[in-house]
Design a protein around this ligand. Structure first.
Ligand SMILES: [Zn+2]
Length: 348
């Protein structure tokens, strides 16, 4: 599978030039802080300030009381979008919550509890009507539906984490309405974090598609960038692909690079991860080194072109407009920056 911004190609993945049971979230810590080595900077969707409160998911009395509280906040998600309120033009963006009494009908799931004991739920259902706060004097302000890909970088840590979790769960519920064993209807259980078959009682948990995304370097520390066959001219990224059943992430790194470019790699080193719930990927970032020939042979089904870039060449090609990098919301962008050594412009 090939180059996506962060999805392995063919499955609507993140912009990697490839394919484009959950742990507790540590409230208040970014992925970089959670990683001993420091990890990648500014992963927009790897943030969060809300405790997922997994122990509450089976506490029916507590859930009922939380839903009845006027202090509880609900994020409504429809087709991967949530309502975002903009102020000061677009300088300030925040999730537009509704009270439980104003939430639409739809699958409900517990998102978590913040440090002030405010409870957050998500609902997969029709978005509330945007209000009309914006006037002609303040274009861009007001409330409107925005996708996670667009909203992620604009939101606070709390809101980015809430929206990422809500979109991921809503996408899963949308596509897992029936039991894979007997085709019967399934119903949400565990506060929307699992579904149970009404016929055989089997429980089904949210599915993730792990994908690897890797920056490959040669002995001169040039990096390998590729254009996915489905992308327009000038768009490039690092390689990516889905992990196959029975395969380790490191094995997937080596296999995907070999398949897509003919380059043999070793020394795969994990550098960080980002959820990419469009619709249900987890992007696992790696660095790897070319170990043999540097001659590139692209798999033309997935990769249109690929080449090695020194830092100077990359800077020059971005400046001239010859290439464009994945957007900053993608882990691909952050991995390329971590190799380059500073911020990079020229994103698509
Ligand atoms: Zn069943």
């Amino acid at each position: 599978m090939s180059a996506g911004p962060d999805q392995p190609a063919g499955r609507h993945g993140e912009p990697g030039a490839g394919p484009g049971q959950p742990a507790d979230r540590h409230a208040g810590l970014s992925s970089a802080e959670l990683t001993e080595s420091g990890g990648l900077r500014d992963l927009a969707l790897s943030r969060g300030e809300v405790d997922r409160s997994t122990a509450r998911r089976s506490d029916a009395g507590w859930l009922e009381a939380a839903w009845a509280s006027a202090d509880t906040r609900v994020v409504v998600v429809e087709d991967g979008q949530a309502l975002i309120r903009f102020a000061d033009g677009e300088a300030k963006a925040e999730l537009s919550f509704v009270a439980p009494s104003h939430a639409p009908d739809g699958v409900r799931f517990l998102l978590g509890i913040d440090a002030d004991e405010v409870v957050y739920f998500g609902v997969a259902g029709p978005l509330p009507r945007p209000d009309a706060e914006a006037g002609p004097a303040d274009p861009g302000s007001g409330t409107r539906p925005i996708s996670l890909r667009q909203a992620g970088p604009l939101l606070s840590d709390r809101d980015a984490g809430l929206m990422t979790e809500a979109v991921a769960l809503a996408n899963w519920h949308d596509t897992h309405t029936h039991c894979p064993r007997d085709g019967a209807v399934t119903e949400p259980v565990l506060a929307g974090h699992a579904r149970r078959c009404v016929n055989d009682g089997s429980e089904h948990f949210p599915r993730l598609d792990p994908a690897v995304i890797m920056l490959v370097t040669d002995p001169d520390d040039r990096c390998l960038l590729a254009r996915n066959a489905m992308w327009p001219q000038r768009r490039v990224s690092i390689l990516a692909g889905f992990v196959e059943p029975g395969e380790s992430a490191e094995q997937a790194v080596a296999r995907e690079v070999q398949e897509e470019t003919g380059i043999a790699v070793g020394g795969a080193r994990y550098v960080g991860s980002q959820p990419w719930p469009m619709p249900h990927s987890l992007m696992l970032g790696f660095r790897a080194r070319a170990t043999g020939s540097l001659e590139i042979t692209v798999d033309s089904d997935e990769i249109a072109e690929a080449r090695w870039f020194s830092r100077d060449e990359l800077r020059a090609c971005i400046a001239s407009g010859e290439i464009r990098l994945p957007p900053p919301v993608s882990i691909a962008h952050r991995i390329i920056e971590s190799w380059y050594g500073s911020d990079l412009d020229g994103a698509w």
